[in-house]
Design a binder for this molecule. Structure first.
Ligand SMILES: C[S@@+](CC[C@H](N)C(=O)[O-])C[C@H]1O[C@@H](n2cnc3c(N)ncnc32)[C@H](O)[C@@H]1O
Length: 271
């Protein structure tokens, strides 16, 4: 059986999935210690209309499409002057981009991978962002601490996503909003939407952005392939190609055939 199929079977067993992600997210920062490797999402190719509405990025920058995933999500949330939390902040580049360009009042990143938080402390010194180790399902924050919660390609990996949504509601102030992008089957999107509604949120946007992500994967393929070839030991390359969503990987195939969708959701807590 191909490696991709085996990984996809494992990720359907919740407890194994959580262990696999935890292991992967602890190991990745160690294998790729490069200070300029700030993102771990699949990337986002913005439309011309989005470029016009939310501005353009420097497209010569390393991983610019992963930065675009943050830019075109967060720019919609008018973050200036707001207390912002990102859950699953990874290598911290997304919050760094937002804090440096969108003037939030404060920016806090939470991630359960100690090695990712250590990476952020080493690589984003002097940037007004606080990076903390902690679990999305039991967040180390007082009630009503934030105006905005970002969640970028992370909550598919949580064992109890309903608990995560309850935590988001707890830490958000009245009128606060959750901005989320992620990938999963349509069936699992329906479940997530229901958990969001069950917590009393109003879903303000639920958009299929699969085409933007497929375009980013395909446009970034040559660069990613080259980096993996150079940096990853040969026995781990197939795993990395899967995680990177390379052309021909299960992720790429399933996005293309509609088995899984990449979506953006915006949910508002009652004012
Ligand atoms: C695909 S990475 C995305 C990282 C970052 N958002 C980005 O786009 O570059 C998913 C992140 O979610 C984090 N994560 C997974 N499960 C978590 C949990 N239960 N609590 C907090 N963070 C978690 C992982 O450690 C990882 O850094």
């Amino acid at each position: 059986m191909a490696l991709g199929s085996i990984l996809f079977r494992i990720v359907r067993i919740p407890k194994l999935r959580v262990r696999l992600w935890k292991l992967a997210y602890e190991i990745f920062p160690k294998l790729l210690p490069d200070a300029n490797w700030w993102f771990m999402n699949y990337g986002y190719e913005p439309s011309d209309a989005e470029r016009k509405e939310f501005g353009t990025l420097d497209e010569s920058q390393f991983q610019w499409r992963s930065r675009a995933m943050y830019h075109y999500l967060t720019a919609r949330s008018s973050p200036a002057g707001k207390d912002l939390l990102e859950v699953g902040s990874g290598r911290g580049g997304g919050l760094r981009h937002v804090a440096s360009t969108m003037a939030p009042k404060s920016a806090t990143g939470l991630d359960f991978a100690r090695s990712a938080i250590d990476f952020c402390h080493r690589s984003h010194k002097g940037i007004p962002v606080t990076y903390l180790e902690g679990d999305s399902m039991n967040m180390p924050f007082e009630d009503l601490s934030f105006d905005l919660v970002l969640n970028v390609e992370s909550c598919h990996a949580y064992l109890d996503q309903a608990k995560f949504i309850a935590e988001v509601r707890r830490v958000l102030r009245p009128g606060g909003r959750l901005y989320l992008v992620d990938v999963r089957s349509l069936e699992n999107w329906v479940l997530l939407r229901q958990w969001i509604l069950d917590e009393g949120f109003t879903v303000e946007e639920d958009a299929d952005v699969t085409a933007n992500v497929i375009a980013a994967l395909e446009l970034d393929e040559p660069e990613k392939r080259e980096i993996i070839k150079k940096r990853v030991p040969f026995w781990l390359r197939a795993v990395f190609m899967e995680f990177a969503g390379s052309i021909g990987s299960q992720l790429h195939e399933r996005l293309k055939n509609g088995e899984i969708q990449y979506r953006r959701m915006v949910a508002a807590k009652a004012a």
